[in-house]
Design a protein around this ligand. Structure first.
Ligand SMILES: [Zn+2]
Length: 296
C-alpha cells in the first residue's frame, strides 16, 4: 500500500520526464522481468501498445545497434531472465493477447531440477555453511556449487517452466530464447573453461528441448561480467549480451553491454517509472542507506 502511494507520488513528480521518455525515438526501450504476475504485466503491455511502441526481437535489436536498420520508430524489447514457471502461466497469455514477442533467458539446470540454486539456498538460509545467502553470489563458482550440493533438498512445488511448457512457448511464435548458463553461474566468478562449459550445456539442453540453440544472445546472470567473460561470449559467436545496467539501447553502442530496465509486480505507475529507468536510481539510494542488496 505504501509502495503504491509512493509510486503515484513519484509518477506525478516525474510526469514531464515520463512524457519526454514516451516520445523518445533515439534509442530502443529495453525492459525485463523475472517471476511475473499476469495483471501488472498485462497493464504495462497495454500501456506500451497504447503509446504506439513496436515490440521487437533480439535480431532486430542487433540490426539497429549495428546500424544495419534505422531506428525509425518507437521500439521496445521485452525480456525475462531465468525461466520462471510464470513465464508460461502468466506471460505467454499476455504475449498472445497483444501478439507481441519476448525473449526468455533460460538457466537450464533450473528446468531440470524445478528450482534454482538460490531458491534452495534461501530455503536453507539458517544453514551454518554460510552466514548470509548474499555470500554465495560473491564466491568462486566451484565453491558455491559445493556448498549448494550439501544443503537439504529444495522443498515445494516446481517454480520453473518444464520442457513441455518451453516447447509450447516456442510453438506459440511469441517466445524467443537466450542463454543464461546452465546453473545460473556468475560469469565473473568462473574460470574461463568452467563458464564455457556452462554456456555450452545451456545451449545443448535448450536445443534438445525446443530446438533453440540459444547462441545469438546471452544474459549475464545477476548482471555479473568481467573482461574474460565478455571475451568468451564474443569467441563463442554470440551477437548480443544483456546486462542489468539501467538505460536504453542506442545505435552504435557495445552489443555486449546492452542495458535493460527491470519491471516487476507493482502497480502500473511503478512499472512505467521502472521501465523508463526512473524508479531504481531513486530507490537504490534509499536501499543503500539500509544496506539492502538485490540479486537477479
Ligand atoms: Zn538470472
Amino acid at each position: 500500500m505504501i509502495r503504491k502511494i509512493l509510486a503515484k507520488i513519484l509518477y506525478l513528480f516525474y510526469y514531464n520526464e515520463i512524457k519526454k521518455c514516451s516520445k523518445r525515438q533515439d534509442a530502443i526501450l529495453s525492459i525485463y522481468g523475472h517471476d511475473q504476475q499476469k495483471e501488472p504485466f498485462e497493464k504495462l503491455m497495454a500501456w506500451l501498445v497504447d503509446q504506439g511502441y513496436t515490440f521487437i526481437t533480439p535480431e532486430k535489436v542487433y540490426s539497429i545497434v549495428t546500424g544495419a536498420e534505422p531506428l525509425d520508430k518507437k521500439y521496445v524489447w521485452v525480456s525475462f531472465d531465468d525461466g520462471w514457471k510464470s513465464g508460461y502461466d502468466n506471460v505467454l497469455p499476455v504475449l498472445k493477447k497483444f501478439q507481441i514477442p519476448a525473449t526468455f533467458f533460460i538457466a537450464t539446470k533450473g528446468i531440470e531440477d524445478g528450482y534454482y540454486w538460490y531458491s534452495r539456498a534461501f530455503q536453507n538460509r539458517e544453514s551454518n555453511l554460510y552466514s548470509k545467502v548474499d555470500e554465495l553470489w560473491q564466491m568462486p563458482n566451484a565453491e558455491r556449487a559445493k556448498i549448494i550440493d550439501q544443503l537439504p533438498a529444495y522443498q515445494g512445488p516446481r517454480i520453473t517452466m518444464n520442457e513441455s511448457e518451453l516447447q509450447t512457448m516456442k510453438e506459440s511464435g511469441f517466445a524467443n530464447f537466450g542463454n543464461h548458463t546452465h546453473d545460473h553461474v556468475m560469469s565473473d566468478k568462473c574460470a574461463k573453461d568452467e563458464l564455457s562449459g556452462e554456456i555450452d550445456k545451456c545451449s545443448q539442453i535448450m536445443k534438445g528441448i525446443n530446438g533453440e540453440d540459444c547462441s545469438f544472445i546471452y544474459s549475464y546472470p545477476n548482471g555479473n561480467l568481467d573482461e574474460t567473460s565478455v571475451e568468451l561470449i564474443k569467441e563463442k559467436g554470440f551477437k548480443l549480451a544483456a546486462t542489468v545496467k539501467i538505460g536504453w539501447i542506442k545505435p552504435g553502442e557495445n552489443p555486449y553491454d546492452l542495458h535493460r530496465n527491470e519491471f516487476n509486480n507493482g502497480c502500473l505507475e511503478e512499472n512505467i517509472l521502472q521501465s523508463y529507468g526512473l524508479w531504481t536510481p531513486f530507490f537504490d539510494k534509499i536501499k543503500k542507506l539500509f544496506g539492502i542488496k538485490n540479486h537477479k
